[in-house]
Design a protein around this ligand. Structure first.
Ligand code: PEP
Length: 256
């Protein structure tokens, strides 16, 4: 089996002022500054990116944005471009989070444009996919997520795909305290990997890291991360406190 370095990313969503974000980044850095066997990524809101970047300077911890526009510049009031993110030395950008899809009408086509633009600016996209509870109960969840994978990643070249991270986030598990069972998550991760092989190549499929997201916390992470196709976590609530986030990274390290 191909080695895939684990990746734990914190999605802070619309939380933390600049000073709160700095405090959290500094606290995480104190514990994880030299972590090299797990990729650690902090995704604060846009307003705190520069401050978090400064707090992390000289550490191995990366940072990223939670969204971006696909154009480099122009008349898009309120939007942020990939070029601007690179200008802050951002490494990653979360794209197609279910909250973006649900509240801001993001479609697979939009996510695809954003993913292509991110990669063209050497940003690594973390592309989120996942089904709603209704979709799972209808038994169509595998089909629905496969469609999201194909739609969001269409036309991405093999080398770029290898720089892309996927996050399987069942919508019913995000911020709800409900977690997919390790078996449910593994089943979907394996299906996503199979679709990546269809979309691109087996080599790319074996290289791409697929995170699980949805109420992952220290008490359930070990079991999830023990699954062969779960390569890390995209963490919401548990990333807002240094202690739980650091604990999750340590659990991921043990599972390497
Ligand atoms: C998320 O929003 O990406 C997420 C996984 O949130 P939570 O961990 O709070 O469910």
């Amino acid at each position: 089996m191909k080695f895939r370095k684990r990746i734990i990313a914190g999605n802070w969503k619309m939380n933390k002022t600049v000073s709160e974000a700095t405090e959290l980044a500094v606290a995480i850095r104190q514990e994880l500054a030299e972590t090299s066997d797990v990729d650690v990524v902090l995704c604060p809101p846009f307003t705190a990116l520069a401050a978090v970047a400064e707090s992390l300077e000289g550490s191995t911890i990366s940072f990223g944005a939670q969204n971006m526009h696909w154009e480099a510049s122009g008349a898009y009031t309120g939007e942020i471009s990939p070029v601007m993110l690179r200008g802050l030395y951002c490494h990653y950008v979360i794209l197609g989070h279910s909250e973006r899809r649900t509240y801001f009408g993001e479609t697979d086509e939009i996510v695809n444009r954003k993913a292509q633009a991110a990669l063209a600016s050497t940003l690594r996209p973390i592309v989120c996919v996942g089904e709603t509870l209704e979709e799972r109960e209808s038994g169509k969840h595998i089909e629905i997520v496969a469609k999201q994978v194909h739609g969001s990643l269409a036309g991405i070249a093999e080398a770029d795909l290898k720089n892309t991270v996927l996050a399987y986030e069942p919508v019913w598990a995000i911020g709800t305290g409900l977690t997919a069972s390790p078996e449910q998550a593994q089943e979907m991760h394996a299906c996503i990997r199979k679709e990546l092989a269809v979309l691109c190549s087996q080599d790319a499929a074996d290289s791409v890291r697929i995170q699980y997201g949805g109420s992952m916390k220290p008490s359930n992470a070990a079991e999830l991360l023990a699954q062969p196709d779960i390569d890390g976590g995209l963490i919401g609530g548990a990333s807002l406190e240094a202690r739980s986030f650091v604990e999750l990274v340590k659990i991921a390290k043990e599972r390497n």
